[in-house]
Ligand binder design. Structure first.
Ligand code: ASP
Length: 418
């Protein structure tokens, strides 16, 4: 069995869907395909959710209509409008989400998020599965909510591995067909929809690959493979042909956005290779991540995370920063929704470079200020250079002020201010 994952950019319009048909043209049956929501649908459904939880029902319906029209345009171009079964299935999904939006707003906003935002993946897979069936690629649509079982931690469901594995195996065994299902979504023991966190479809694909002991997982991207820097930020990039799981985990930990950080572990545990390939230039080889590292340090990688906050914290009574302070601080961070990306401490101060949603900052600072002296800089950038050759900043960052620098034998990190 092989597992393919197509993200939002690879299914952003009708032409992109037609391109997918070209990619899976060969009459292979041992294939499970996971697909994300089309283009920016998840962001749009997040707007629907925001309006809904703020009790703007009419506004949320209007916003939803935009998403529905977007999908209608795509399926019309794909000639699915005359397919009565498809139209009835699509309309049934629309009816479900509208019924949810009309019902009284639950206090649990994270729960509402999952019930609303999950429709992006349901719409996209229904359209693509129907289109492929109508165009010579026989496949079976599976509802990932029946296959991926999670805890009830909405927006970040924790996977029940064995239960999910049993379901995945039982729904896919002995059937001579390709399967199409959704990334990102699952359900809890009450059969409520859950999601695995933004960009979680890679993770879903790794869960399927793990359960099926797949020969390979291929993630199709709009880049030629794994690059040593984000081409949206850096002018010159280099493709990395091959790295180990360990290096891939390090890169995603530092913030390389090409793979979701949770994706590698299940693959590593079963020795399943991950290939990143281009859906544009789909005959080229891509990059491979597997057990055999060896040349991980051959290429220098640049991982750039803008919009961070740098916070320096010192006890008001001049006491040392010790373990009990740390555990208290991390308790505060986790409650406030701060995601720490770099830490540094001295006798009297502890600094973190981290990400937090802007409206939540003041609450965090107030909470910390009760016991500590707090200084902070918003809008700083975190640059990680892995396998660095020298200590020079890339040219376009050279003008920035270095607020903090941290260096190990393999990695150098800078917190930079504009
Ligand atoms: N559609 C979800 C998102 O945009 C999941 C994914 O694409 O991986 O975050």
């Amino acid at each position: 069995m092989r597992v393919y994952k197509f993200g939002g950019a690879s299914v952003k319009n009708a032409d992109a869907v037609i391109n997918i048909k070209e990619i899976i043209k060969s009459p292979e049956t041992n294939l499970v395909i996971l697909i994300s929501a089309m283009d920016k649908t998840t962001n749009n459904l997040e707007k629907v959710w925001e309006l809904y939880i703020n009790n703007y029902t009419t506004g949320s319906m209007k916003e939803l209509d935009k998403t529905i029209v977007f999908h209608e345009e795509i399926y019309t171009k794909l000639n699915l409008k005359s397919n009565a079964v498809f139209i009835s299935n699509f309309n049934a999904l629309v009816k479900e989400i509208k019924a949810f939006l009309c019902a009284p707003n639950s206090k649990n906003h994270a729960y509402c998020y999952d019930q609303i935002v999950s429709y992006g993946e349901l719409f996209s897979t229904l359209i693509i599965s129907t289109y492929l069936n109508a165009n010579g690629i026989k496949n079976k649509w599976l509802d990932a909510r029946e296959l991926i079982h999670t805890s009830s931690h909405h927006q970040e469901g924790r996977v029940s591995w064995e239960k999910s594995k049993q379901q995945i195996l039982s729904k896919t065994k002995n059937q001579n067909t390709i399967f199409i299902t959704q990334g990102f979504i699952g359900s809890d023991q009450n059969k409520n929809t859950t999601t695995l966190g933004r960009e979680g479809s890679d993770y879903s694909a790794a869960i399927f690959a793990w359960a099926l002991e797949a020969k390979e997982l291929v993630i199709w991207k709009d880049v030629p493979g794994l690059l040593n820097a984000d081409p949206k930020v850096f002018k010159e990039t280099q493709k990395i042909d091959h790295i180990s799981y360990k290096e891939a985990i390090e890169l995603s930990y530092y913030g390389a956005s090409v793979i979701h950080p949770k994706t590698i572990k299940p693959l590593q545990n079963k020795g399943i290779p991950l290939t990143i390939r281009s859906f544009i230039d789909f005959t080229s080889k891509g990059s491979e991540i597997n057990n055999m590292g060896g040349k991980d340090d051959a290429v220098t990688s640049f991982i750039y995370k803008p919009n961070q906050v740098l916070i320096s914290i010192s006890p008001k009574d001049f006491s040392f920063i010790l373990e009990d302070h740390m555990s208290e601080l991390f308790g505060i961070f986790s409650k406030a929704g701060l995601k720490v990306h770099l830490m540094q401490n001295s006798a009297l101060s502890f600094s973190v470079c981290a990400y937090i949603k802007t409206p939540l900052i003041s609450n965090l600072i107030d909470r910390l200020s009760e016991k500590y002296l707090v200084k902070y800089n918003e809008q700083v950038d975190l640059l990680t250079i892995r396998h660095y050759q020298n200590f020079n900043l890339p040219e376009f960052l050279a003008e920035k002020e270095i607020l903090l620098e941290q260096r190990s034998r393999s990695t150098i990190r800078y917190v930079l201010k504009k």
